[in-house]
Design a protein around this ligand. Structure first.
Ligand code: GMT
Length: 380
């Protein structure tokens, strides 16, 4: 197949899923064309069968706001026509599903058009649960999702939420996030041992959180949970990533008098390595349609303490791969963390279960689900 993938190029989960999906599809012989405003962060090396098309933005003094949706639609028309694309896959509905719909209609309207181009939209999270619900987007979102030839959501939670909040009539297929379990597996090396010694010099446990430090990730809860853990279990907190809440989080660690025990690592590329030296992963989010970062941790055999929100309970099995608690229930999350970290036998069982659960989301399995879904949409 020849597939155009539209996504956000930055560090966010939807961009990661879209880029990894495209790379795997290319390895399986499909031709993949990424269309975005910048090169996706995970496309840094040359890969056969993968192409990148940048959306050029035109500015005119009359336009107070950049007209990205229109520029993207025009770029898609060009990419589809000149590369004989079969299917456009839009990741994150706003505005990608709308631009994809517009481009399909433009192509259809052309007199010499013989091609029946299809649009698949994958819903990822806040495109449905937050941004799409804004009155300025709601009607267009509902219309664009309903006009897609195929719609997927990354969890049952997100599917149900889309159906109920937008009264969507079409079928929504649940295709969860996936993980390369070979790349994300617990590894040991002298180099990693040195990193571990640097972070936890007295062989303390390492509690980890990775995110883009947006308010909905509740990183301040992570810090407060850690403060409680530290009272009972010698430990260090490793915070990976960066974003708007980072300064406030650094201030909080100073106020709580634990700044020496918290390492702010900033953005990191070697996530599997850092997860390999981690003992516990915290994800107390306020909203999470799937929780790709928790899956990454689980694939590296790290048990997870999460909130009970969104798609997290579909991934993190309570009392099996970790524990779940209500949003903001810092005491309970700390209690669960202490329980896992101080019982070696229990820890080993949870760690094995986490890895086993992650293998159910292995990329080989999930990429095939996408391929089958494309096949179904193209046949309709
Ligand atoms: O929805 C967002 O806030 C952005 C999106 C992203 O681009 O990071 O994240 C969502 O998509 C990920 C990949 O499917 C999921 O793993 C995240 O749970 C989801 N985030 C939220 O629902 C907050």
């Amino acid at each position: 197949m020849k597939i155009a993938i539209v996504c956000y190029p930055t560090y966010g989960g939807s961009g990661v899923v879209a880029t990894e999906l495209g790379k795997f599809l290319a390895l399986r012989g499909h031709e993949v064309h990424f269309v975005s405003y910048a090169i996706p962060s995970r496309l840094s090396v040359f890969i056969d069968n993968v192409f990148y098309h940048e959306v050029e933005m035109y500015n005119y003094p009359l336009f107070e706001f950049p007209l990205y949706s229109i520029a993207l639609a025009s770029k898609l028309v060009e990419v589809v026509k000149f590369n004989e694309i079969d299917l456009i896959h839009a990741h994150y509905a706003i505005p990608h599903a709308t631009s994809a719909y517009l481009s399909r209609e433009i192509i259809k309207s052309e007199l010499d058009c013989k091609k029946n181009i299809k649009v698949v939209t994958t819903l990822h999270g806040t495109d449905i649960t937050l941004v799409g619900l804004e009155p300025s987007f709601l009607n267009t979102m509902k219309f664009s999702i309903e006009q897609s030839d195929g719609v997927t959501a990354v969890s049952n939670f997100l599917k149900d939420k889309t159906k109920s909040s937008y009264n969507i009539r079409n079928e929504i297929e649940v295709i969860p996030n996936f993980i390369d379990t070979n790349k994300y597996s617990r590894s040991e090396s002298e180099e990693l041992n040195n990193v571990k010694k640097h972070i936890a010099p007295s062989e303390e446990k390492i509690v980890t959180h990775t995110s883009n430090f947006r308010p909905l990730k509740r990183v301040q809860d992570v810090i407060k949970i850690f403060k409680e853990i530290k009272k009972k279990v010698p430990s260090k907190l490793m915070l990976i990533g960066d974003g708007p809440e980072r300064s406030d989080c650094e201030r909080l660690t100073r106020e709580l008098g634990i700044s020496d025990d918290v390492k702010f690592m900033g953005k990191q590329d070697s996530i599997p390595d850092l997860l390999s030296i981690s003992d516990l992963f915290l994800i107390p989010s306020q909203s999470e349609s799937f929780g790709l970062s928790a899956l990454e941790a689980m694939s590296c055999s790290v048990p997870v303490i999460s909130s009970s929100i969104g798609g997290l309970p579909e991934l993190n099995l309570h009392g099996n791969t970790g524990y779940i608690a209500e949003i903001g229930d810092i005491d309970r999350m700390a209690k669960y963390s202490i329980e896992i970290l101080s019982d070696e036998k229990k820890y080993n069982i949870f760690s094995r279960n986490a890895r086993k659960r992650a293998t159910q989301f292995d990329s080989d399995k999930i990429i095939m689900q996408y391929e089958n879904f494309y096949g179904k949409v193209l046949c309709d």
